[in-house]
Design a protein around this ligand. Structure first.
Ligand code: NDP
Length: 311
């Protein structure tokens, strides 16, 4: 493409589409590259009940279709391509995709998101949304009076385990070592909660559905002795960390020690003028659809103002 775009957006989660809605309405004629997981992480959750404006909840994939429609209504061009290479060293910036196309742009909005880490168990992916989840805030509500297991020993695992006690009858927290990585206060909250049982030195080696189409049990392993046992379970929540999708920008944009893109505090501007980052790719703390959408809006407004200042 020889034309230089005013705004190119990478990623199609709530941040990317919200940036697109605002950029399109500001007449920046944005092009959005949807990436390998069109719709982002919300497409792997079921009901979304905490996004304001949907009093009866909405299915994650359906919500993302609505985001896309709204972005396209104002002229966003959504392309099903995945960015494979970027060059941010000179303007216009260039992006090469898996369709072997090269895009040049004056401003780049990065909303490539983050991916929850999974254990890699044989049935894990097949049972996603059917008892296996990496987001208690999204899916906890569906486990009223159920028995659930949370994997992890960090702050996220403690937070998710505590949150799940609002619904579940019993929450088991599987910690692979004899200590947790979580902050003391989060650990205390978990240890003091009568609904949570911490199972030390234990990992999961399998999750199964016994033909029921949803999780019915787990195989656990004692990480010291290697002894395995099977337990009945309705849910398996993974809280072993997230990985921001930032490999593409290595060596070009500053990142924190976990690989999240750094932005000016309270803004979406990166160190490179004209490059903005929004959503989970720069947020390891909130990681919610509504906060991602909020920063997407910020990125588009900042891009528009930055372009204006160039003239
Ligand atoms: P962390 O990387 O801090 O913790 C990951 C946990 O998962 C560790 O206990 C780790 O075990 C365990 N783990 C990793 N891989 C496996 C595996 N294959 N099998 C079993 N267990 C595994 O990630 P978090 O998402 O918890 O936190 C990320 C950041 O966000 C942290 O800085 C945290 O402080 C912050 N955060 C803060 C919150 C708050 O303040 N309210 C809430 C949530 C997160 P091991 O220790 O053995 O490596």
């Amino acid at each position: 493409m020889s034309e230089v775009l005013k705004t190119l957006i990478l990623g199609s989660g709530p941040a990317g589409y919200t940036a697109a809605i605002y950029a399109a309405r500001a007449n920046l004629q944005p092009v959005l590259l949807a990436g390998r997981q069109p719709g982002g992480q919300l497409t792997i959750t079921s009901d979304v009940e905490n996004y304001p404006g949907f009093p009866d909840g909405v299915m994650g994939p359906q919500m993302m279709e609505m985001f896309q429609k709204q972005a396209e209504r104002f002229g966003t061009k959504v392309l099903h391509e995945h960015a494979e290479k970027v060059d941010l060293r000179k303007r216009p910036f260039t992006v090469v995709t898996d369709a072997d196309r090269t895009y040049r742009c004056q401003t780049l909005i990065i909303s490539t998101g983050a991916s929850a880490l999974y254990l890699g168990l044989p049935n894990e992916r097949a049972l996603q949304g059917k008892g296996v989840s990496a987001c208690a805030t999204c899916d906890g509500f569906f486990f009223k009076n159920k028995v659930v297991y949370v994997v992890g020993g960090g702050d996220s695992a403690c937070e998710e385990a505590s949150f799940l006690t609002k619904f579940a009858a019993k929450v088991h927290l599987l910690v692979r070592r004899d200590q947790m990585r979580a902050s003391k206060i989060m650990q205390k909250r978990v240890l003091d909660n009568p609904k949570i049982e911490v199972v030390w030195n234990t990992s999961v080696t399998d999750v199964f559905d016994a033909g029921a189409g949803k999780v019915t049990g787990l195989e656990l392993v004692d990480t010291r002795s290697g002894a395995r046992r099977r337990v009945p379970a309705d849910g398996l929540f993974l809280a072993i960390g997230h990985k921001p999708n930032t490999e593409l920008f290595a060596g070009q944009l500053p990142m924190d020690e976990k690989g999240y893109l750094k932005t000016t505090p309270g803004r979406t501007a990166t160190e490179i003028p004209g490059v903005f980052a929004c959503g989970d790719v720069q947020d390891s703390y909130y990681r919610q659809a509504i906060t991602a959408a909020g920063t997407g809006c910020m990125a588009a407004i900042e891009a528009e103002r930055w372009l204006e200042a160039q003239h």
